[in-house]
Design a binder for this molecule. Structure first.
Ligand code: 5GP
Length: 193
């Protein structure tokens, strides 16, 4: 998606450890117009699917996911990374290793918010090694619901998550795929035909 690629080139910063910082429009301050444009693009890319719910993981996926759900006119639900007092005890749970925080989280979602007949689109800000996405798929599978696909804002194509999960049959659409980036700030995208 041209607009997202231009934002990454003009405002993204490459940090050591293969981290792309996009705090000025996606991960801290949020560009609502961009979120809306990305949501519309997900709607176009997944137009053949009958989606009943959008799902993400807290916190960074929430903004894009809620816009996508709004455009698709379905609810959005997000998996929680910590056991808060107000989370029901009746949960589906899985473990996810956070790429950016370097620690394992118990990720939970209340059973009442996923039904076995749900057709779920997973949305997230980044796809790197794919563990967050796998964890979300695991929660959906535990509920007996189905994952129709995953809409990702930025995929780091030089990490193996995207290819590994596509090889397993998951329909993944990434709006920008970073093919190469390095500490001097160079960022190259995989151009889609
Ligand atoms: P994965 O589980 O695919 O390895 O990593 C995905 C998660 O890690 C995303 O939900 C995102 O929050 C975070 N993440 C991975 N790589 C990056 C990155 O380069 N920059 C930022 N800002 N977050 C990342």
């Amino acid at each position: 998606m041209r607009l997202l690629e231009e934002m990454i080139l003009s405002k993204g910063k490459v940090y050591p450890g293969n981290i792309l910082k996009v705090d000025s429009f996606l991960n801290h301050q949020i560009d609502s117009q961009l979120m809306f444009a990305m949501a519309q693009e997900f709607q176009r890319l997944f137009r053949d699917e009958k989606i009943t719910k959008v799902m993400t993981i807290e916190a960074s996926g929430i903004a894009i996911a809620v816009m996508t759900a709004y455009v698709m006119q379905v609810p959005m639900v997000f998996a929680k990374k910590s056991q808060t007092k107000n989370l029901s005890a009746d949960v589906y749970s899985t473990q996810v290793m956070s790429f950016t925080h370097g620690r394992v989280y118990d990720v939970k979602i209340a059973k009442e918010f996923i039904n076995s007949d749900d057709k779920i689109l997973i949305v997230d800000d980044f796809l790197a090694n794919g563990v967050a996405l796998e964890g979300l798929c695991d929660l959906v599978n535990q509920a007996g619901a189905s994952v129709v696909g995953a809409g990702i804002a930025i995929e780091k194509g030089f990490q193996d998550g995207g290819n590994r999960l596509r090889a397993k049959g998951l329909h993944i659409e990434s709006l920008a795929i970073v093919q190469e980036m390095n500490d001097n700030g160079t960022i190259k995208f995989l151009s889609k035909q």
